[in-house]
Design a protein around this ligand. Structure first.
Ligand SMILES: [Zn+2]
Length: 451
């Protein structure tokens, strides 16, 4: 009888939508509209039901409240170029050998779960993983969706398609040499559960076209890893949806015609600007960043010890061998895209050397602000534009009634100083609040005055 009564109580409770309110801080809607001061956001279940000045948002009695006074509430950040199998180690062959040697203790999925957790702690509520084994990617994505492990809502590419295998293990890449092989590999990834396709290096126009045709049949977007002018042109003409790395100074600036064509098309460019060109000098000028306990937090100590050790001589790493050229072209290369009016998405290529999941995206944002893109536009790129790149703008990217309840709460004002994005206090995903990727227990308290 007692059991039955508690079951009935549990059922009744489940029928009530879980409410949550964030009250007191400044609100940025993601569209780039004027900030709303002393605002409130009310959520029910996994959706936002009201947002606006706190004086106008009616909060039902008993709703748990998170006080956001002195803080800024903005849509959960979206990362459109993530790598969960790498964690900032200086040398890929060394890292993957270490993983192989320690796989009993740290299977690949445990590393991906670690990266996912750190992304969520960094305010990232949705991300696109662009290169990992498909089975593990799908497993991690689905575990996050089921709420078994904390992390951003993932879209995964599985292994990338390439004709020039990079120094990654075979499980991260599929080698293709003809259009027919490219089409088959695309189909196989999609049937295996991929949400997006990543075309890597060395492909030609026919191969991009074959990939795009198959992917678009399934309404799936194609991202391409591009540096050289002719590769960008081929991928663009073949209909590739998202042009990754373009503008990151791996080559001299592009021809005016190419930039104009891309800008006019509205096809998004994701420069991944910080990953070499500005991370290297940032670390050279302040190597102390590598000793910040914040970066180590959450890592099993021996995993962090390996990463930290691999970076001891970071200025000698192969990954940064072209840094003089990249630093030389950096300002012109990124500036060309900022001034072009092209649709700019924000992706950090996180997990690459020196590029940690904890701080990659705010560093990417800072590079754009330092190059003249206003902070309000950078925030819109991180949220609304990136939601459009995901193809999920109906549900994500802005704070307004009806959208999924994904919100980052940061200390301070990111419009004044974009580095405020590094000061994450609370992250709400699907209406569930987290602090440092741990679910927050919040006591309901009487409403009326949040003060
Ligand atoms: Zn990448």
């Amino acid at each position: 009888m007692l059991l039955l009564a508690s079951m009935v109580a549990a059922t009744l409770q489940a029928a009530q939508p879980t409410r949550l309110a964030l009250v007191g801080g400044m609100l940025l809607d993601g569209y780039g509209g004027a900030p709303v001061h002393h605002a409130a956001v009310l959520m029910e279940g996994d959706r936002i039901v009201a947002a606006g000045p706190a004086s106008e948002v009616e909060i039902p009695e008993g709703t748990p409240i998170i006080d956001t006074r002195g803080e800024t509430m903005l849509p959960g950040l979206i990362e459109v170029h993530a790598h969960l199998v790498i964690v900032g180690d200086g040398d890929y062959p060394r890292w993957f050998k270490w993983l192989e040697d320690h796989k009993a203790r740290y299977p690949l999925t445990s590393i991906m779960a670690l990266s996912a957790r750190q992304l969520l702690a960094a305010g990232v509520t949705s991300a696109i993983d662009l290169g990992a084994p498909l089975k593990e990617s799908v497993e991690i994505r689905d575990q996050i969706n089921r709420g078994t492990i904390p992390g951003p809502r993932l879209s995964v590419s599985g292994p990338w398609l390439t004709s020039e295998p990079a120094i990654f293990p075979p499980y991260c890449q599929v080698e293709v040499h003809t259009a027919a092989e490219a089409a088959r590999a695309t189909e196989a990834n999609i049937r295996g559960g991929a949400d997006v396709i990543k075309a890597h290096a060395g492909l030609n126009f026919e191969q991009y076209k074959a990939i795009v045709e198959v992917a678009h049949r399934y309404k799936i977007k194609v991202h391409a890893h591009l540096y050289d002018e002719h590769a960008v042109r081929d991928a663009f003409n073949a209909g590739v949806d998202v042009l990754q790395h373009v503008g990151s100074a791996g080559t001299p600036p592009y021809s005016a015609q190419l930039v104009k064509d891309i800008a006019e098309s509205g096809r998004p460019v994701v420069p991944t600007a910080a990953h070499r060109v500005w991370l290297f000098p940032a670390t050279r000028d302040f190597p102390e960043r590598l000793d910040d306990p914040e970066l180590a937090r959450g890592f099993p100590p021996e995993v962090w010890a390996e990463v930290h050790d691999s970076l001891r001589q970071f200025h000698t790493l192969d990954y940064f061998v072209d840094r003089e050229q990249e630093e030389f072209f950096g300002d012109a290369s990124l500036g060309q895209w900022i001034q072009s009016g092209a649709v700019l998405g924000m992706g950090s290529d996180n997990g690459t050397p020196l590029n940690f999941h904890k701080d990659a995206l705010w560093r990417e944002a800072k590079v754009f602000v330092d190059h003249g893109l206003p902070a309000s536009r950078v925030i819109t790129a991180l949220t609304w534009t990136n939601a459009r790149i995901l193809g999920k703008e109906k549900d994500l990217g802005t704070i307004e009634p009806g959208k999924l309840a994904d919100i980052a709460v940061v200390r301070g004002n990111p419009l004044f100083d974009i580095v405020a994005l590094s000061q994450i206090d609370v992250v709400v995903k699907d209406g569930i609040p987290y602090r440092d990727a741990e679910r927050m227990a919040i006591a309901a308290r009487a409403t009326g005055s949040p003060r």
